[in-house]
Design a protein around this ligand. Structure first.
Ligand SMILES: CC(C)(COP(=O)(O)OP(=O)(O)OC[C@H]1O[C@@H](n2cnc3c(N)ncnc32)[C@H](O)[C@@H]1OP(=O)(O)O)[C@@H](O)C(=O)NCCC(=O)NCCS
Length: 174
């Protein structure tokens, strides 16, 4: 008998997921941006305090989120390779959320973000930051993020690594 399941599962990201994550990035951002380097993705996965989760539908990874401790008002440079212990700060910076184009509009990104918020609250972190890329600012507004000023020139320089397509946004958790 053929078994067909569309069960949705959220689980922590593993090293073996990185190739699939690069495929999802390619689908989302080509030709504007190349996928992240393995070394960058892996360094952020291993960074202390990172919240990295994938969502599976029917056993296939169709989306992921990567968030790291980072100072609010500052930006994690695109594809930054983090040294151990370098991810620190008062907020969680949501480096990326991506969902396979065929699986969008089913609330999967919302579920990934709910997991980030749950873990932030558990740690007593009250702010989430991110860079809204391209046309995504409207989506983040709906999820409670608002445009927020950057702290200094170093943060503005890091934002420029998103190719002029990024806007820094912050959400204060209740
Ligand atoms: C943004 C993204 C992660 C959302 O994933 P998703 O699983 O489809 O999101 P959800 O299902 O939780 O929410 C979909 C809702 O957001 C809305 N939405 C999606 N993109 C939007 C945008 N740019 N502006 C406003 N609303 C948007 C949809 O219309 C939908 O609304 P509905 O629920 O009323 O129908 C996904 O579109 C994606 O991977 N995009 C490419 C990568 C990307 O841009 N990532 C964010 C970088 S900052």
């Amino acid at each position: 008998m053929l078994m067909c399941s569309n069960r949705v599962v959220l689980r922590p990201t593993r090293g073996a997921d990185l190739a699939r994550i690069r495929q999802l990035q390619d689908l989302a951002y080509a030709p504007e941006l190349p996928p992240d380097r393995y070394s960058g993705l892996r360094s952020r996965l291993k960074a202390g305090g990172a919240v990295c989760a994938v969502v599976e539908v029917g056993g296939s990874v169709v989306g992921h989120v990567q968030a790291l401790p980072w100072p609010s008002g500052h930006v994690l440079r695109l594809d930054e390779r983090l040294a151990p212990g370098a991810a620190q700060g008062d907020s969680l910076f949501v480096y990326e959320v991506v969902v396979h184009p065929a699986m969008q509009g089913r609330g999967l990104a919302r579920r990934l973000m709910a997991e980030v918020e749950r873990q932030a609250r558990r740690r007593g972190v009250s702010r989430l930051g991110l860079v809204a890329y391209g046309q995504a600012a409207g989506y983040w507004q709906v999820l409670g993020f608002r445009p927020h000023p950057l702290r200094d020139d170093a943060a503005r320089d890091a934002l420029a690594s998103y190719g002029g397509q990024g806007q820094y946004m912050l959400k204060a958790l209740d």
